[in-house]
Design a protein around this ligand. Structure first.
Ligand SMILES: [Zn+2]
Length: 247
């Protein structure tokens, strides 16, 4: 239950149509697994902490570098060389001392992924490489935990909401390619990460419509948003065997 002290933090969102204290209590009872505390993980965790998500589980095993600071707004100049999880935790506690933050200073692998996401109600893919994304996709499908996927590069981004068998999974539509060291302007991650946070909040509160089977594509140079339909691959090796009847 949320104390009256705590309620002051959420005053400006409690008045949203269909929201109120009951919904705020529900938000407090929710656990979100955030894979990556970088460019996307920064706006995602900041906005989810600010909204009052009860428990944020953050996983990242990198240290803060100078080149991160143009977009990774969880971290500051004085955090350089610290673990991103430590720096993230300090910043998020400063923003909202009422939430619980669980940190995993680990690399996500096929061996540890089930343990990492255990207890999470939803997963947010804030990763920067395809290899780990596919690991997280697989555990999301296997454990039936919905996942908000996003990717960014330069001034472009994409977002979708994944929850097979209702939707396609990453493996159904995403080509396996490995591109490291891309360029990016920080605001791109800010825009796309904020949309991911909205997707999580909408899912928890039951407000609005999630991006199910829709890939939202952002073209920052021309300020255009468009979405394309996604379809499940019935032969998908990850979600192909999931049956709607076994839900
Ligand atoms: Zn699939």
């Amino acid at each position: 239950m949320i104390s009256s002290h705590e309620m002051k933090l959420y005053k400006k969102q409690l008045g949203i149509n269909g929201w109120g204290k009951q919904i705020q209590d529900k938000i407090k009872e929710t656990s979100v697994f955030i894979a990556g505390a970088g460019g996307l993980g920064s706006p995602v965790s900041l906005y989810l902490a600010a909204a009052g998500i009860g428990k944020l589980i953050i996983c990242d095993n990198d240290r803060v570098e100078h080149s991160n600071l143009n977009r990774q707004i969880l971290h500051g100049f004085n955090d350089i060389k610290r673990f991103k999880t430590d720096s993230a935790s300090d910043r998020l506690k400063e923003l909202n001392p009422y939430i619980e933050i669980k940190l995993y200073n680990e690399k996500i692998t096929t061996n540890n992924s089930i343990n990492l996401v255990s207890g999470a109600d939803i997963i947010v893919d804030c990763l920067d490489n395809f290899h780990t994304r596919f690991i997280i996709n697989e555990v999301s499908v296997k454990k039936r935990i919905p996942m908000v996927h996003a990717g960014v590069a330069e001034m472009n981004g994409q977002v979708t909401f994944i929850c097979p068998p209702e939707t396609a999974c990453l493996e159904c539509f995403m080509p396996k390619k490995s591109k490291r060291g891309f360029s990016i302007v920080g605001a791109t991650a800010g825009i796309i990460g904020s949309i991911q946070a909205m997707e999580v909040i909408k899912y928890i509160t039951g407000t609005g419509v999630n991006l199910k089977n829709r890939l939202l594509i952002f073209d920052g140079k021309n300020n255009r948003f468009e979405s394309i339909n996604l379809f499940r691959n019935p032969n998908c090796k990850i979600c192909g065997k999931i049956d709607r009847r076994s839900q």
